[in-house]
Design a protein around this ligand. Structure first.
Ligand SMILES: Cc1cc2nc3c(=O)[nH]c(=O)nc-3n(C[C@H](O)[C@H](O)[C@H](O)COP(=O)(O)O)c2cc1C
Length: 213
């Protein structure tokens, strides 16, 4: 993709405040957006997340009430709640290593060293106490991936942190699942009357945010 079209897409993207509720993301585009979540990188490759695409109107209404009543929740085409693991277990690591072994043909014995490193860190090591926080950070990468992919194919988004994660957990029945809500992304198409679409980007110059040493 050419540089100028990437820049155009990034300038075109903005956090949509008002979606056109009559427009839905076609299946082909949706498949690409999902795939961008699946291909997102994560620490050790462990993918400590589950993305919940909420389609049921009644549930969306309930979520909206716990999201500062933001209209994006109910007016977007697809609402994705990002949830992550509260802790990482030995079984999570083994599930992932089995997958890797199957896909790459690496015998499980050869992955023992890698297994020990992960267990000694995020599962049983000093960082295990912060595993939930660690997992949440991974999910923001996936949020970035889906939003940029969406912009590149002309699909609008709004990242949503203005919500009550505990209320989401209750509504989505997450309490006993080992997953908790982090944030959400609303996807769809901007309403012609969303005045935010025409606003200039408010960004510091590169000189303010970037250092070369
Ligand atoms: C993690 C995160 C959470 C956000 N939560 C909300 C939100 O709940 N509602 C909203 O309207 N915008 C939300 N925003 C959008 C930001 O306000 C917006 O990205 C920022 O002002 C820059 O503007 P732009 O994205 O339109 O360029 C969020 C952005 C991020 C990255």
């Amino acid at each position: 993709m050419e540089q100028h079209s990437i820049l155009d897409a990034l300038q075109w993207r903005y956090a949509v405040k008002k979606f056109d509720s009559s427009r839905k993301i076609p299946a082909k585009e949706w498949a690409l957006l999902e795939e961008s979540l699946r291909l997102s990188p994560s620490s050790y490759g462990l993918q400590p997340w589950k993305f919940i695409r909420v389609k049921t109107p009644e549930v969306l209404q309930q979520l909206r009430a716990e999201s500062w009543n933001q209209s994006q929740v109910t007016d977007c085409s697809d609402y994705v709640v990002f949830t992550t693991r509260t802790e990482m277990l030995e079984s999570d690591v083994d599930e992932f290593l089995k997958l890797q072994s199957g896909i790459r043909g690496t015998p499980m014995e050869k992955l023992q060293g890698y297994r020990d490193v992960i267990l000694g860190d995020i599962v049983k090591g000093p960082r295990s106490a912060q595993a939930a926080n660690w997992a949440q950070r991974q999910s923001y990468i996936a949020m970035g991936f889906i939003m940029e992919t969406a912009a590149l194919i002309g699909v609008d988004t709004c990242p949503m942190e203005g919500l009550d994660p505990k209320a989401y957990d209750r509504i989505l029945g997450l309490e006993s699942t080992g997953y908790r809500t982090v944030a959400a992304v609303a996807l769809g198409y901007r309403h012609a009357e969303d005045r935010y679409a025409g606003e200039k980007k408010v960004r510091y110059p590169i000189s303010r945010i970037m250092e070369t040493r």
